[in-house]
Design a protein around this ligand. Structure first.
Ligand SMILES: [Zn+2]
Length: 301
């Protein structure tokens, strides 16, 4: 999987940092997570192919996390998309977007689905052979959820150079799924252990947009390969973080450390900080493998 950061600022507009938006690449499709104002322009700038979007996840309805959605959907509509697109978000999002489309005379010409997430209890939003998307409640000033997106263990990898060139196609699937194959004609047995290797292990990405420091989220983000966690403030503003239901850098790092994640990416920085050196230093004092989100940056895991 790959995460591309499109914005790392918090609510107040900043020239140096854009509002929330991240794109997760899973195989050949994209998941957009949060969509602050102007997200579609940053998708263009950083060469994110809008046509490959399959899901949009909105964590909560503060403007810096979804004010870019109507613009993006209008653009997608102009691109004559035919593929379905599903938007997951809190109660009210469907109503807001539908009203905007109605009064702007925009008829959506592609299959657009809205699915309301439960902001009170964890749930599985979506699952297929490749991915699983789960939500968990975050404590913020309005209903808000975090996401845990896992790419499942892939099927076994076939060592095709070891197989005869006329090896029947249906046998490939049997090998991929971990079975031994007995060739009906020759009677020869192809042992799975000899002709395949392990597939890709499971990969986990967790996303905590806006939240007060809350250790109850630890089980939901546990063992993530990459954890995205807000760090609006540094620790000397802990009181302010508490009052506004946000987190500090060291609080984000405590979550990362206790959840045994591999890497932490900090984001949603307050406009009061021109330099973020102290934010990074503060997080690394607790959890060494911490990084600052930066627009345009890509992280593979
Ligand atoms: Zn918020």
């Amino acid at each position: 999987m790959e995460l591309k950061v499109l914005g790392s600022g918090s609510a107040t507009p900043q020239l140096e940092r854009s509002p929330a938006g991240s794109v997760l690449t899973v195989d050949n499709f994209l998941i957009l997570i949060d969509c602050g104002e102007g997200t579609q322009f940053r998708m263009l700038r950083h060469k994110v192919k809008i046509s490959r979007l399959r899901y949009i996840l909105i964590s909560h309805l503060h403007g810096d996390h979804f004010f870019g959605l109507i613009g993006l959907l209008s653009t997608i509509n102009m691109q004559k998309r035919t593929e379905p697109l599903t938007v997951f978000g809190p109660k009210g999002l469907d109503e807001i977007i539908t009203l905007q489309l109605k009064h702007s005379g925009s008829a959506i010409g592609f299959p657009l689905f809205f699915r309301t997430v439960d902001t009170d209890s964890p749930e599985i939003l979506f699952e297929d052979e490749v991915i699983k998307i789960r939500t968990f409640p975050l404590m913020h000033r309005i209903p808000c959820v975090g996401f845990r997106i896992s790419k499942k263990v892939s099927k076994r990898k076939i060592l095709s150079e070891k197989l005869p060139s006329n090896f029947p196609v249906p046998y490939y699937n049997l090998l991929k799924n971990g079975h031994d194959v007995v060739d009906a004609l020759s009677g020869k047995t192809y042992l799975n252990s000899e002709f395949t290797t392990e597939g890709q292990p499971e990969k986990i990405f967790s996303y905590c947009s806006d939240t007060i420091f809350d250790e109850r989220i630890i089980p939901f983000v546990e063992n993530s390969d990459l954890l995205y966690h807000e760090a609006t403030f540094s620790q000397e503003m802990a009181e302010r973080a508490y009052m506004t239901h946000h987190s500090t850098a060291s609080q984000a790092a405590i979550i990362a450390s206790k959840a045994h994640v591999k890497r932490l990416i900090l984001s949603h920085f307050s406009s009061r900080y021109k330099s973020l050196d102290h934010i990074l230093e503060e997080a690394r004092a607790v959890f060494q493998n911490s990084f600052l989100a930066e627009e345009g940056q890509s992280l593979n895991f």
